[in-house]
Design a protein around this ligand. Sequence first.
Ligand SMILES: Cc1ncc(COP(=O)(O)O)c(C=O)c1O
Length: 434
Amino acid sequence: MPNRSEVAYFGAGPAPLPTPVIEASAQAFINFNDTGLSLAELSHRSPTANKILADAKDALAALYDIPTDEYDIIFMQAGGTGEFSAAVQNLVGCWIETRRRKAVADLGEGKDEEVLERVKRDIENELKVDYLVTGSWSLKASQEATRLLGAKFVNVAVDARKSNNGKFGKIPDESEWKLTPKGSAFTYMCDNETVDGVEFPSFPKSLQQDDERIVVADMSSNFVSKKLDIRKYSVIFGGAQKNLGITGITVVIIRKSLLSLVPPPTFLHALSPVIPTSGALPPIMFSFSTIAANNSLYNTLPIFNLYVATLVLQSLVSTYGKVDGQEEVANRKAKLIYDTLDAHPDLYHVVPDKSVRSRMNVCVRIISGQKPGGSVTPDEAKEKAFLAGAEKRGLLGLKGHRSVGGLRASNYNAVPPEHMQKLVDWLVEFAKSQ
Ligand SMILES: Cc1ncc(COP(=O)(O)O)c(C=O)c1O
């Protein structure tokens, strides 16, 4: 059985954790701070749990410079996938509540029937949610919106496959996007597409131009890996199991002003069948305002899992202060591997276009040379040989996602530069042997 020091792990998620975090978490699982109890045995309502929660929020706010008077940080469950549903249900609810309040203001109190009819008309004529579909995860999120709301309310503003031979790998120019001009309930983007290795190189300009646009970003796989202007987003979410910690908690950073826009459930019931009630009424566990009002402790939050994330965040703060320092390291490691791959274009083909290469998930096919015109033929036998050689060298978790094939090297925060160097050494050695 290999020792931890003998393996370098590049899995896409669950992903590596810093070894000191693993060690401290293991100790906390056995006997937390000499209490004689495992942290997993302690109440989520104890002062200990509250301190862990407060520490996590403080560290995250420090790393990202989150204006905490305007934004709340909450911890939920059900992973990134849970947020695909929660984003729709909460934010469509916000949109409806805004329209309901406007109707009440225009028509006066006590005009319940007229208000209801007005909001029904608004929904039928104006409600849209916008999706930027740039990879497999934003596709899944858009499918969930369609399942919850019905297709007529979902505007796929861009489907990146359409301009790239049916495959993800490029983000079409913003001039080609068909965003709802004004007033969509939200615009959804996945900042880093884990499966396809596609990352937005910067915040889209067209989303910036409209102050009122509510932008939701899935940052599950590039969380705390780069500096952000938080105010450009209304909701940022991420499952913990890549850069943040272990599976079981999901972090949500949300603009506080959205939390009060909750329509009365009876009003939502009365809107059916114009809109399915499930499209705007989250299960209580998915209600952002309920979770925020209860400091993430509406029900039993897995405090041990939160503790792991707290340790990760605190170690980033103590090493770098702000996220910028981590960003530099991530960029350096990403450059090292991409430069190596680019130096062998007849053997290694980076799947996504250069303009959108992910700094976190490096997707590669091993090919049998380039054809004129740039088309490539993957060589699965070579890929198998590469992976077998990698395993012998303790380089693990490199198999590409089944929908893309080839190799995927995830360059998460906890992958040390020495591990990336070992992988690069094997890439070079393999290339020389061909
Ligand atoms: C970008 C992204 N979003 C969402 C998900 C889904 O996360 P979960 O499995 O936690 O539901 C993943 C999982 O890998 C992901 O990479």
